[in-house]
Design a protein. Sequence first.
Length: 371
Amino acid sequence: MKIDKVELSRLRMPLKIRFETSFGLIPFKDFLVVSVHSGNLTGYAESASLPYPVYNEETTGTISYILKEFLIPKLFSSESITHPNEIHELFKPIRRHNMAKAVLEGAIWDLYARHQGVSLARALGGEKREIEVGVSIGIEDTVEEVLEKVGKFTDEGYKKIKVKIKPGHDVKVIRAIREEYGPDLPLMADANSAYTLNDIHILKELDQYNLIMIEQPLAHDDIIDHAKLQKQLVTPICLDESIHTAEDARKAIELGSCKIINIKVGRVGGLTEAKKIHDLCKSNHIPVWCGGMLEAGIGRAHNIALSSLNNFSIPGDTSASDRYWAYDIVQPEIILSKPGKLEVPTSHGIGYEINKAVFDQYLINKETFTN
Ligand code: OSB
Ligand code: MG
């Protein structure tokens, strides 16, 4: 495949609900859609970035800069691409900036799948025809509001309920959910690094509620203290922020820092690395699931394709589009095909088309780079 053109479209989408985590409120989604063009085919991906560098160090602004200054020129300097795995190698000399790498690589994966005449899921080696999904519930002002959302989403059939926690909004929330919905509700908590080992008494209290896992309780850059913590908890620890590469995953598994890994394509620098982490975890009997970054439809479509790989054995955070969006940028709309399930598309590439009217409504800037 010879890349003729790359387009960067910056979109700003209002969230239809309030979403807060231990690192703060996410007031809207500001992201890039990258499209890569080759002949009459186009591949799409969207950046996982948030408006502020609070989940990781990247923002939509840094991603745009790294793409324009380094990654697009590198792509244009390579002769022709036979497989997207080559992109990961091509970008390797540039350190970190994983979300920037992931969005360009993701668009090339979609283009490659279309070029091969297969779905992205198939191109990645995914076998599932449908995936089980869960939902992530943010920090709310009151426990009652959390309970109401848990009820709404269990009614919709979501297979896993994840609630955000932070000091002061943890045990009381989990206890109330267990009291209201019983011991069998598939429940987990995500702390987004809000605790330290000094809070071990709180984490041990949470350990009594039979959570499927507790996600990233300690520092975003830690695997040592997580290993110490895991030894003292029955509840499996799942790492999110701490894992950026398959090497990070290997070390965390070796140390015993976690028993589960949340894979986010953006955080790990693309689908090639995501698949590598999936494979490594599989051979180490570590289940994985696909995390979310409040994606619009293109990002959701990539997550669905990735989740079709068979070691994604725990429902992910990729809920239907109506979780966050009044109108989504893809069509058909991403909806549950059965309670708590999303169908894996079989048409070429990501399996969804751009809804141009909605896309243009949220578009704030577009730049074109010709090879
Ligand atoms: O830690 O998984 C996280 C959203 C933004 C940043 C980090 C996280 C999240 C979520 C939402 O939990 C997942 C989703 O619904 O996309
Ligand atoms: Mg998380």
